[in-house]
Design a binder for this molecule. Sequence first.
Ligand SMILES: [Fe+2]
Ligand SMILES: [Fe+2]
Length: 416
Amino acid sequence: MQHRIPADQVRAGMYVCGFGGPWMDHPFWRTRFVLKSDRDVERIRSSGVPYVVIDDERGLGLPAAPVAPAPPAPQPDRTAIRRAISDWEAGDLERARAKSDRQRAGALVKRSLKVLRGAFADVRLGRAVRIAEVGAIVDDVVASVERSPRTLLDILRLKSKNEYTYLHSVAVCTLMVNAARYMGKSEAETRDYGMAGLLHDLGKMGIPDAILNKSGRLTDAEFAAVRDHPEHGYQVLSGSPNVPPMALDVCRHHHERIDGTGYPFGLPADAISLVARLGAVCDVYDALTSDRVYKDAWTPLETVSAMWSWEGHFDRDVLFTFMRSIGVFPPGLLVQLRSNRLAIVLESKRRQPVPRVLAFYATRDREFITPEELTLDDTMALDGIVALADPGDWGFDDWDGLAERLVNGDRSRIAA
Ligand SMILES: [Fe+2]
Ligand SMILES: [Fe+2]
């Protein structure tokens, strides 16, 4: 069971599954882990987070409530703490949890397919969307992301041709929920983000599969049908009760682009809301990381690298926030670290990338430092990426040349 406790009550052996306040305000790279040492406990207590969420099924529970008259204070049960920690290190419990998370996520995918098939069928018949049923799926997605952010996405990457649009909708819902959590949105807002993702392509129910799955170039008439789906979906949702305004917005505007070349309206950047910009990012990310009839899936790293290179398509700040929410960054990016250093993102070594960076510049002293390579993994790294940095702001006029030397060249000469 999960409990919200003040930061000064955390103890070694507890399993942390969330923090109060924006996620970037706490000192850990991940928000779900077991507290293994007093040092980690101290870092939480001194971080200023208003509260911590713990799960007492995965680690130690709440401190015992005081009783009156108060008995002598019990000594901390160090044996129990050591046992809890060694259980975790053995990994048995973790593997069992992962298996159960996968089973639950698989069942959720089946349930969501049924509900979305029904919603699309309702709309084809001219009926309103049954928002309570759709909302129940969003709640399940939120719970799944809370338990294990990647599990549902890993399952959803495997999309069969006939179910692509439904599974893509659940995947975009999951990505929106994950991003909302990382941005520190409230429960109600997170739910609306998820609803927006789940319903964003509802207007596709009128487009024949032959067009949606076509591998060749679309004819003008076919492209017109595709271009119509945001507005069509919006009209349907407008006629359904209790649809959050955010879902209407994302449905109508998730194909707009920041440079005004999107559809259906070609809106300028200042007319596209932040949530619609995020919807556009999640939509394209899922499409590219999925197998389609006409293309193989790209890896997350290939995908964010390509998306980052497309000038004018996405809001860069929103795309950067999204990348932080999934922990994947394109190599070569200049970023600011929690430790007041600038770093360049390096190539990841594995297919499921863990961010690797090379810190090379102290921002307070504004001077080059001896480069240090860091892996920002799950082990509560002391450091983390906190912001995007602009090479021009730091006087790196030849950023491409400097990046090349940092990645491939003689790093010892960087500071010279
Ligand atoms: Fe769409
Ligand atoms: Fe989509």
